[in-house]
Structure formats: C-alpha cells, structure tokens
Design a protein around this ligand. Structure first.
Ligand code: PLP
Length: 394
C-alpha cells in the first residue's frame, strides 16, 4: 500500500527524460542533448583539489547538522557582498543540494492544507515539493514576458497562504524578475504575513548587464518574510556534488536544521570544503562560463526566432529558452499529428535525435524548453536537425 502522499505526486519529467536520453546514447544513437538543466563544464580544478585535500585530511566524519562553520561564514560573506543582506552563520543551513534546501524550507513553514503560490511556468519540482508536505500548490500565470503578474498573485492570496515560491533567474523561462515586481511582492508578503521562498540558484547566470535582485535585501520586514535558497550546482558546475543552502530568519533556520537533523543530518562533509573553495576562489571561472552561456543564448535565440512558426522571448538569465512551438500542434508526420508539447518533443527526439523538454511539464503547454548547456557546435547541429525535421511536417 502506498501512502496518499506518494499517490499524489508525479515523478520528475526532466529526470525521466534524462533516463530515456541515456538509454538511447547507450544503444549507440547520436543524441544531441539540449534538455539538461546542468552545466556541461567540468567542475573547476581548484574545487576538485579542495575536495581531495579534505578527504586526505580525514574530513570524512559526521559534523554538526547545518554545516562547517567555515562554509557558513563564507556563505554569510557571499550574501553580504553579492546580495547586500546580512545573516549570521546560525541562520545558514547547508543541505544536500538546493533541492533539499527547498524541501526543508517548505516543510519548515507550510502546514497541511496551507497554500503556496507558485508563478508559472515554473520548475517541475515546486508543485510536488509542496504536495509532499500536504500543502496546496496554487499556480498563477506570469505575464506574456514571463514576469510576475502581481495582480494575479494578489488575487490568489487567501488566509491560508503560507508562502509564495519564486525563482529568478527562472527555470524554465530564463526570465529575470524586475526589481519593481519583487518590491511589490515583498510588500504583499509583509502585508499578508506570508513567506517568500526565493530560489536564487541561477543568480550568477545573468546576461545583458542585468543585475540579480535579492528580495530579502529590500527591507527589514522583507528579510523577516524571506527564505533564500541557493547552491553550488549551477554557478560552479557542481551538480553531482549536491550542495545547497538556506538563509532564513533565526527561528525558521533553527526549524530547518531540526528537520535536516532527522532526515539526512549534515550534507557531505568533504564536499562542504570544496564548496568553501568555490565560493572564495572562483569568480573568474564563473565569469568565463557565463561569457560562454551568453554567446550560446544569443545564437540559440536568433536561430529559434528565424524558424518558421516559432516565437521566442529574449530573456536574460539561467541557461534556458522557452519558445512557443504551438504552430506545429496540428502538423503531422506519417499521418500522425503532433498534438501538444509532448508530441512535439517525441517527434524531435525520434526524428532528429535532439532531446528537448516539453513545456507541458512546466505549465507551459504551448512551449518547449531548450537548454543551451552544450557546446556551440552541438547547439548548431541540434538546431539544424530540428529545423530540418520541422520542415518535413505537413
Ligand atoms: N531550483 C531550480 C529552479 C532548479 O532548476 C534546480 C535544478 O535543476 C534546483 C533548484 C536544484 O538544484 P540542486 O542541484 O542544488 O539541488
């Protein structure tokens, strides 16, 4: 017998697609992956070396639940320098990826039956993370530029609203929320006394001179109503290392550590030493990677915009574009209609051997998510193949 909670959740579409692509590659198919939400770069060498050193020094034991003091202090310095917001190390909990940080945060402030507002399109796991604690996800559409629609969010607020879960820069849209909209959201959260759980994992991946805005930095009241989620995966090409963190008001932070104390205990000890190295010594490598993503984004955007029937918002962050491909839904191949974003992606995978993610998985049914986490050459070839396959539809 499975629990009601398990019966109520849907497995991650992006993780499942990753499995299909891996099987095709193992069977010798030359698949071009434009689906993965992870950097294609290797973890920088100094970070790897810091991990090896920690292992050799015997940093392999249990430690205190929220993490080594050196890393928590470095996170506080980072938050002050980059985000203009002050936290004490006691307010930081280092977790097994931002995913665990998010689960901890939701578990800390959401009661069964409480509502959590989630702007859409949004990351696949948010809705499920809320459902895992018996919360009620309330999905609210963003505007036509994928920016927060404050009027729609305000309309969705009820006495049961415990939190709004935002993500800027955004997965899957690539949108960077404007300061004005975040200020208005903070004002709404303070007035109605709910939390803003602010997922900032793509903070460093931002282009065209845009600046990441951290909602907790706006005012004391905004700070008291905010929980910051961040991590090493996206900025430092450290997805497999599983290291993220929360920064929260003291009582919430204590709750988060208590939850983690009964689930995973501390996150991997030697990885925390590598994360410390990343935060302190990798500004240059991050800059280089961001420069490369920026070139790829411009190229991908231009190619998609030039394709028949496709329209694409030119956004400023993360490593995704979310073009509208709904023009093709009534087109067919071999007498079979594509129907929706899932049919579109299956066709492109089968016909062109290019993996992209159906927007349907993110509440963006007219779109597909294209990740430029592959070399410019592979992106070019992938888009060539996709364009050719689209030309064969009738
Ligand atoms: N938040 C968003 C928006 C993401 O896209 C992801 C990963 O895809 C995560 C959180 C999880 O990151 P981590 O690898 O640190 O668990």
């Amino acid at each position: 017998m499975l629990s009601k909670i398990v019966q109520n959740i849907t497995p991650s579409a992006t993780c499942e697609l990753e499995g299909v692509v891996a099987d095709m590659k193992a069977a010798g198919v030359d698949v071009i992956g434009l689906n993965a939400g992870e950097p294609d770069f290797d973890t920088p060498e100094n970070i790897r070396n810091a991990c090896k050193k920690a292992l050799d020094e015997g940093k392999t034991r249990y430690i205190n639940v929220p993490g080594i003091a050196e890393l928590r202090r470095a996170i506080c310095r980072k938050l002050k320098k980059d985000n203009h917001v002050e936290y004490a190390p006691e307010q930081i909990c280092v977790s097994t990826g931002a995913k665990q940080a998010l689960n901890n945060a939701v578990m800390a402030v959401v009661n069964p039956g409480d509502e959590v507002i989630i702007p859409m399109p949004g990351w696949v796991s948010y809705v499920e993370i809320v459902k895992l604690v018996g919360g009620v996800p309330v999905c609210v559409d963003t505007d036509e530029n994928f920016q927060l629609d404050l009027a729609a969010i305000e309309k969705a607020v009820t006495p049961r609203t415990a939190a709004v879960l935002i993500n800027t820069p955004n997965n899957p849209t690539g949108a960077v929320y404007s300061r004005e909209s975040l200020e208005a959201l903070a004002e709404l959260a303070v007035r109605n006394d709910f939390y803003i759980i602010s997922d900032e994992v793509y903070e460093k991946l931002i282009y065209n001179g845009r600046v990441h805005e951290c909602v907790a930095s706006f005012s004391d009241a905004a700070y008291e109503h905010s929980i910051i989620i961040n991590g090493m995966s996206k900025a430092f090409a450290m997805t497999g290392w599983r290291c993220g963190y929360t920064a929260a008001p003291a009582a919430v932070a204590a709750g988060i550590s208590a939850i983690q104390g009964h689930t995973t205990s501390n996150s991997c000890t030697f990885v925390q030493w590598a994360a410390l190295e990343a935060l302190e010594h990798n500004d240059d490598t991050v800059r280089e990677m961001v420069g490369e993503y920026a070139k790829r984004k411009d190229y991908t955007y231009e190619r998609l915009s030039a394709m028949k029937g496709i329209s694409c918002a030119n956004v400023d962050g993360a490593f995704y574009l979310l073009p509208d491909i709904s023009y093709y839904f009534d087109k067919s191949f071999d007498g079979k209609k594509l129907e929706d974003s899932f049919g579109f992606c299956s066709y492109i995978l089968e016909k062109a051997h290019v993996a992209i993610v159906p927007g349907g998985a993110f509440n963006a049914p007219k779109c597909v998510r294209i990740a430029y986490t592959n070399s410019l050459d592979k992106i070019r070839e992938g888009l060539d193949r996709m364009e050719k396959a689209l030309g064969e539809l009738v």
